[in-house]
Write a protein that binds this ligand. Sequence first.
Ligand code: SAH
Length: 494
Amino acid sequence: MPGKVTLVGAGPGDPGLLTRKGLEALQGAEVVVYDRLVSPAILALMPEHAEHINVGKQAARHPVPQEQINQILLDKALEGKNVVRLKGGDPFLFGRGGEELELLAQHGVAFEEVPGITSAIAAPAYGGIPVTHRDCCSSLHIVTGHQRAGKELDIDFDALVRTRGTLVFLMGVSALPQICAGLLAAGMDPATPAAVVERGTTPAQRRISAALAALPETAAQAGVESPAVIVVGGVCALAEQFDWFDRLPLKGQSVVVTRPKERAGTLSDRLRSLGAQVWEYPCIATVPLDPCPALDGAMERLGEYTWLVLTSPAGVDALWRWLADHGKDARYLGTVKLAAIGPGTDRELQKHGLKADYVPQVYDAAHLGAGLPAGGPVLILRAQEGSPALTAALAERNIGYDDVATYRTVYDNPRSGELRALVEGEGVTLVTFTSASTVKGFVSSVGEDADFSRMTGLCIGEQTAAEARKHGIPVKIAKAATMDALIDRIIEGV
Ligand code: SAH
């Protein structure tokens, strides 16, 4: 059985602009063939087990010729694979999507196309430029500014100028002077508002605005590089008023998120939506202790405990894994009272239809131990390296407890070389630390000897900050141990 090829438009860069249908196709792919314009944030969504083939084209350097790309798609589909061909923007807009389908059609291979959000509209939009506006134009023209080596631009400037519509040029950075000269020679007003939007919809986006006659010089001074779209028309004047993206609070910040992979998502998404460049480098992973006789014993005697205390979402996961492995569900917990160290752990319980009976006012181990209502023995299910502050506080109050390790934390970052390069390249302004172990994991993957003094470690609490200070990382501390407070502290600090 031959497989199928799905041509997916990845959008212009912001991972939020990948369509739902595109994401579904990507997640189901066995082979992903992608090019240069697909942003790293979207590449990170590729399934790990899938085969990844980079056929990225660099300007004037074509590592994989088009015919060969077509052949790869055909071969993989004939092997029976579910292939996703991921392309920047929309596959059919100057994306050679049509060419890639021809060979498949000839061989009767099944294919689908998932349109993407094109940079021709989205890059101007993120630069504050609506491509049409009733007051200034009644048409939009998308033109390629690509010049074949040694050839003149093949653009009918007279026709374009006559439309009086908004003009968007793709692949036009190197031909910008000729494009502007062509429009002026065809009679366009030199004062016509114009703009270049570089790396649109990404955290590195820049908009350079100028009158048409001055645009080539202004863009050259700014050092504009591809990929960028050129926009010409009255709508460009609206940018000053509508430029929402550049005004986001974290625009220009480069943030490393160190949470374990399965928990990084929401923090990263929120930082991105505030304009930050986010790098996800999970520096720790949690590994369940299996077999875990201490857990088996404690769970069999669960009825003897008054409180079941959980200090992390990973602890809740371990509890549920035990229940599932023993053919049980939430009802097995019976009447034992539940305590959670903070709202994140409580939310994890709520996913299973339960709610913590006790959450301390300050979300840390010491406050949990000091504030837990007395009355009967306590079962703590947590990491092997759990904070002694919890058990010390219980002991001081003469409350009996069993402290059972259900998982351990490992410092494991297969991409540590990349992370070190990022830290040393001065790019990183902020690193988020959501536990002391994320600090240890970060330092061990970057290397103890690195210079951390130019970045700020945003810490969820005092214990985490103490660990960061040990390694010479300047810190800021969230007002409470929650993701919301962490994000507030980041916004406040910049
Ligand atoms: N199919 C793509 C366009 C491919 S042609 C789409 O629909 O967006 C490549 C050109 O697209 C680049 O030279 C540049 O002009 C434009 N482009 C792609 N991504 C861009 C981005 N993030 N910002 C600005 N321009 C971009």
